[in-house]
Design a protein around this ligand. Structure first.
Ligand code: SAM
Length: 332
């Protein structure tokens, strides 16, 4: 049996660096399962028991096999091309501080809404980098979904119509859905259908308000600094959907098309699906709100977000961090 200290081990004092790379998570899941450990690993193993990958799934699709519109193929291609990140390559990354900081934000968000035994649906789960954050809370089931075939784990929850979760999580992924109203509606319909009443839809995304303000103040469609650049499509119209920009984050995202998440529109449509916006907050503010909480402050240091002299996050990284926000909806 895995005891709670094993589950907390990634953040424990003995091992200050949370293992975030895909390979580590992969191995750990199987080890736990073989030990007859916590339920969620057997859930993962059930989905992967014969070691074959499921076809990639989109969080906006109603059926497993779907014709992917062009833009979604670009996103999948982009994420498939990203090599597996090892702990070493993270250490040398220019945005090491930003990545650690973002992981802390996600950890706090997850900790704020997760209880022991919860079932979780992770939309746009990527390579499974958040698995340890969830396992800390002894959840009972974890189902991840991603459009990129290289991602892990890949499951087809949309086809499992009766699957319900206490939390639906979409970390850094909903902005890809905002190219059309149909896609946003399908995403929200899937979220609502798979969420228990009273459950939470939590996530992180780019803050459209910040981006629009930055565009205005720089009086340019293109802006950035040494770690990121954003270039708005000059042909963007006035619709709240399809407001395209290209995002570059050094060593992480290169020229992937994304779309502004127009929050008033998101909030209004979500309401139609019984999802009520209860929190939206830029990362800087969310940090200020939580850093004095002793538990999260300890986690901040254990996760090595900054070193003893608080020197890990550069000014340029801090500016880039400012463009993200957290959101939380609660289902009626
Ligand atoms: C920036 S990554 C975030 C990965 C992970 N959630 C994290 O926080 O590390 C965005 C992920 O969303 C996935 N994604 C984008 N559009 C998607 C869609 N329509 N359906 C499912 N996954 C999608 C991408 O393949 C990618 O893995």
């Amino acid at each position: 049996m895995i005891n709670s200290s094993d589950i907390n081990q990634p953040y424990s004092k003995q091992n200050k660096n949370p293992p975030e790379d895909y390979q580590n998570n992969h191995n750990r899941q199987h080890k736990r399962h073989n030990n007859g450990s916590i339920e969620y690993s057997s859930q993962l193993s059930t989905f992967n028991h014969n070691n074959t990958r499921q076809p990639p799934s989109s969080f906006e699709s109603q059926h497993r096999i779907e014709t992917q519109p062009f833009s979604k193929n670009i996103v999948a291609k982009h994420y498939n091309a990203i090599p597996v990140v090892t702990k070493r390559s993270r250490e040398v990354s220019v945005i090491f501080g930003l990545k650690r900081f973002n992981n802390w934000i996600k950890s706090v968000l997850i900790a704020s809404y997760t209880k022991i035994g919860y079932k979780v649906l992770d939309l746009g789960c990527g390579k499974g980098g958040d698995l340890t954050k969830w396992s800390k809370h002894q959840i009972s089931e974890y189902v991840g979904l991603d459009i990129a075939a290289n991602s892990y784990p890949v499951n087809n929850v949309i086809a499992q119509k009766d699957f319900k979760a206490h939390i639906v999580s979409a970390q850094f992924s909903i902005h890809y859905a905002f190219d059309s109203e149909i896609r946003v509606r399908q995403l929200l319909s899937n979220v609502a259908n798979h969420l228990y009443s009273g459950g939470h839809f939590i996530g992180t995304t780019l803050n459209a308000y910040w981006l629009a303000k930055k565009k205005e103040s720089t009086k340019s469609c293109k802006f950035g600094n040494s770690v990121y650049s954003i270039e708005f499509n000059e042909n963007n119209g006035s619709s709240p959907f399809g407001l395209e920009y290209t995002y570059n984050l050094i060593g992480a995202i290169q020229g992937c098309p994304e779309y502004l998440v127009h929050l008033p529109t998101f909030k209004k449509i979500a309401k139609e699906y019984g999802l009520n916006l209860i929190l939206n907050m830029p990362f800087h503010e969310y940090y200020k709100q939580n850093i004095n909480n002793q538990k999260y402050n300890t986690l901040f240091h254990v996760m090595n977000v900054v070193d003893a002299k608080n020197t890990r996050i550069s000014d340029d990284e801090w500016e880039a961090i400012g463009m993200y926000m957290v959101f939380v909806f609660q289902k009626d």
